[in-house]
Design a protein around this ligand. Structure first.
Ligand code: NAI
Length: 456
């Protein structure tokens, strides 16, 4: 058995793991980064990046189909799924190459293989022990299913959905959360008949209820069917299709069923519990500084309870590296992490929903600005809205947006939330005309008591 020692050993090379490794290397620490598959993890290879490529192809399809509303003549001939997949794979390949270059430039020692945590300072990979003054657990997550429902064949998770070599004609999507609505949106744009089954009363149930209702309205207009507040009881597949049964006796026929009921923490089988790491419902328990109960061992990303988002992983990774290096960084405010769902229309939010803000602060005020009053949105022919929630006489604590392209507005929205701005602070800031950012400006003007393009 050989031994290799470093300041930091990171187990898992996804968004959280590699961000931590790179930042630690920048701070002068020696770093070993262990990855059994490909650097970049779920986000790059089977998550954020490929889905957003599919969603962009979907947008292009919609533009081609609907071009005559802008006076442009096109003929939509259909989806060449091999062409779509090639476009998607090329993006991944380019980013993957870039990431490998970054690892090299940072002089991070990449170790290929599955690591097992042996103790608070040691990870073993294929018989070699890597010891670190600190260890970071960054093993990510997997697509969950529900008890009794086995994935396979026509019953697929997002990983398989990303790599289909055909466009299904009829799909049932189980789960109306982020993954569910993004794939529903893609397949509808590609021409499929789509039905979403969601157990809770609304689609994207974690969002402000106003946004959920607006998304439901848009999906209805697009012909995306959904059944909310209904329990799934089972699915049977044959050579030709899958029959999905609901508790109310209804049966849905489809070519495939996508299971999108959440992602579970990948914490089993890597020696965590055996080495004494405390888990809670499978997630790694940490304090607000992302420290586990084992001295010197941290956890990052999807295995830490909270939002399972790549950019949260990046920031947590940076935080841990800086904490280890003694820079004493500020703990991350989970509510300040921006959330974007890239469906058509897009949903973006940061901070608290109206209901959560009321619970936390008691008295709140809200203002909703409809994109019907926003020139750029009219040019794009998108409907939607910006909803703000402020504490009465206090800062803006929730920003909720819906409409095509609003995901790009979250940059400003997250600054407003994280800087604890008052609407009166934002009101005098000039927003370029005509842009969709004006909708944010107008909403703050109105909340500060000086509405411009708003009917009384
Ligand atoms: P999710 O937690 O967002 O949604 C799962 C949905 O399934 C929930 O609405 C839940 O009520 C529903 N559900 C659970 N059991 C059900 C049942 N038996 N029958 C019907 N509905 C049921 O999880 P999702 O969409 O799978 O995404 C996983 C993670 O990946 C999330 O944390 C998400 O934030 C992240 N992600 C983020 C993206 C983004 O930022 N754009 C894109 C895709 C995923």
């Amino acid at each position: 058995m050989t031994d290799t020692s470093a300041d930091l050993v990171v187990l898992g090379g996804g968004s959280g793991g590699y961000a931590c490794a790179f930042r630690a290397a920048e701070l002068g620490l020696s770093v070993v980064l262990i990855e059994k598959d490909k650097l970049g993890g779920t986000c790059l290879h089977r998550g954020c990046i490929p889905t957003k490529a599919l969603l962009h192809a979907a947008e292009v399809a919609d533009s081609a189909r609907d071009a005559d509303q802008f006076g442009v003549k096109t003929a939509f001939e259909g989806i060449d799924i091999h062409g779509v997949n090639k476009y998607k794979e090329n993006i991944i390949a380019g980013l993957y190459k870039g990431l490998q270059g970054l690892a090299k430039a940072h002089k991070v020692t990449l170790v290929e293989g599955a690591g097992t945590l042996v103790d608070a300072n040691t990870v073993e990979v294929n018989g070699t022990r890597y010891t670190g003054k600190n260890v970071v657990l960054a093993t990510g997550s997997y697509s969950k299913t529900i008890p009794g429902l086995e994935l396979g064949g026509r019953i697929i998770a997002s990983e398989q959905a990303l790599n289909l070599d055909f466009v299904p004609e009829k799909v049932v999507v189980l789960g109306g959360g982020v993954i569910g609505v993004e794939f529903a949106s893609v397949w509808r744009s590609f021409g499929a008949e789509v039905t979403i089954v969601e157990a809770l009363p609304h689609l994207v149930p974690n969002e402000d209820e106003f946004i959920s209702k607006r998304l439901e309205r848009s999906f209805r207009r697009r012909g995306i069917k959904f059944k909310t507040g209904v329990k799934f009881t089972g699915a049977e597949q044959t050579d030709s299709g899958v029959t999905v049964s609901l508790e109310n006796g209804e049966q849905l026929e489809a070519d495939i069923m996508l299971v999108a009921v959440g992602r579970g923490p990948n914490t089993a089988g890597h020696g965590f519990e055996e080495a004494g790491v405390q888990l809670e419902r499978g997630f790694v328990r940490t304090d607000e500084r992302l420290r586990t109960n084992l001295p010197g061992v941290y956890a990052v990303g999807d295995i830490v309870p909270g939002l399972q988002l790549a950019h949260r992983g990046f920031q947590q990774g940076i935080f841990i590296a800086e904490d280890i290096a003694g820079l004493n960084p500020q703990p991350i405010d989970e509510a300040g992490i921006p959330r974007v769902t890239y469906s058509h229309p897009e949903v973006a939010s940061v901070g608290l929903t109206e209901a959560a803000a009321k619970e936390q602060y008691g008295s709140v005020e809200t203002f909703t600005y409809d994109l019907a009053g926003n020139g750029k949105s009219q040019i794009l022919k998108t409907s939607g809205a910006v909803k703000l929630v402020r504490v009465t006489d206090g800062p803006v604590v929730g920003l909720h947006l819906i409409g095509d392209r609003v995901g790009e507005l979250i940059g400003e929205a997250q600054l407003i939330y994280n800087w604890e701005a008052l609407p009166e602070d934002v009101a005098p800031l000039v927003h370029a005309h005509p842009t969709q950012t004006e909708a944010l400006g107008e909403a703050h003007l109105a909340l500060a008591g000086k509405p411009l393009h708003v009917h009384g």
